[in-house]
Design a protein. Sequence first.
Length: 92
Amino acid sequence: MEIVNDEERGRFVVDFPEGEGVLIYRLPRAGVIELFHTEVDPLLRGRGVAGMLAQHGFDVARAKGWKVVVTCPYVKAWAKRHPEVEDLIVER
């Protein structure tokens, strides 16, 4: 599965024959990415797509040395289950 960074639209995207999953992000200031909204087509739900997108967002942040603001409710819940990303999270 390939997650594509659509920088122009500020979103990470994964495509499947059944639809797509997206994690919308913003870059509010230098060195910070805000993970804003996750959306997964209904036919893909329950297959871990949103979790893969959340992981990807944090992986990108870590690779670039960025901090992460989490405003997406799904990503907030996901991050609580993944303490390994806690060091990246900052408040808005």
